[in-house]
Ligand binder design. Sequence first.
Ligand SMILES: Nc1ncnc2c1ncn2[C@@H]1O[C@H](COP(=O)(O)OP(=O)(O)OP(=O)(O)O)[C@@H](O)[C@H]1O
Ligand SMILES: [Mg+2]
Length: 232
Amino acid sequence: MFIEVDELTKNYYVGNVKITALKEVSFTLEKGGFYVILGPSGSGKTTLMNMLGGIDTPDSGKVIVDGEDITLLDAKSLTNYRRKKLGFVFQFYNLVHSLTVYENVLSTKYLSENGLDPREVLETVGMWEHRDKFPFELSGGEQQRVAIARAVIKNPSLILCDEPTGALDFENAKKVLELLEYINKKYKATIIVATHNNAIARMSTKIMRLRSGELLEFMDNPLPIQAKEVSW
Ligand SMILES: Nc1ncnc2c1ncn2[C@@H]1O[C@H](COP(=O)(O)OP(=O)(O)OP(=O)(O)O)[C@@H](O)[C@H]1O
Ligand SMILES: [Mg+2]
């Protein structure tokens, strides 16, 4: 099993008020799959992604990735995990505005020892022709494709995408989904997408449905649809 989440619980405290962002969430995922975490706003998707990415620590429970419980890692090992094994794609792209497309992608290549060729990756995401542009010269969809390239160039075994299409119109969202699907096949990276969009969840072989921090359902979807068939 590539990912094993066991009884994961996270509470936040705002003053005296306790907010349960995740409550005893457990599931397992196999290597190389394309998975969706589905839930409405506030259901705990980002909290769960941050736990999987070692960005935040849980109150209790385990997050085992590739045989290693990342909740037990010290700061240095955790940084290593994030640098080498993980690609993170955010809703609002998070590109460096003073760097060109090419430089944005190149800047993360050397975080990993087995980084890919920037030209190949930029061609894969359809942004090679735009390599000398700055982020402000790109559409939202194009920026997201660069952000995906930046995650992919490290050749990570796990790519976490938190609402990667949340800021995009339908056409661009679909292009991003097609790209993630292609990258999942081409580079064999395990991809987890967090979304509130039911239509996107149909692409996943396993759907993790969150509601108020609880895993309502861990559903098998034996006939996942392709990105090009997604509509809303
Ligand atoms: N740093 C924090 N401090 C306090 N409460 C927080 C914090 N981060 C998240 N929460 C709360 O935890 C719950 C889960 O939040 P989370 O961001 O994981 O939801 P989400 O499913 O990603 O929502 P969205 O779709 O709006 O991004 C919410 O009730 C939120 O208000
Ligand atoms: Mg969120």
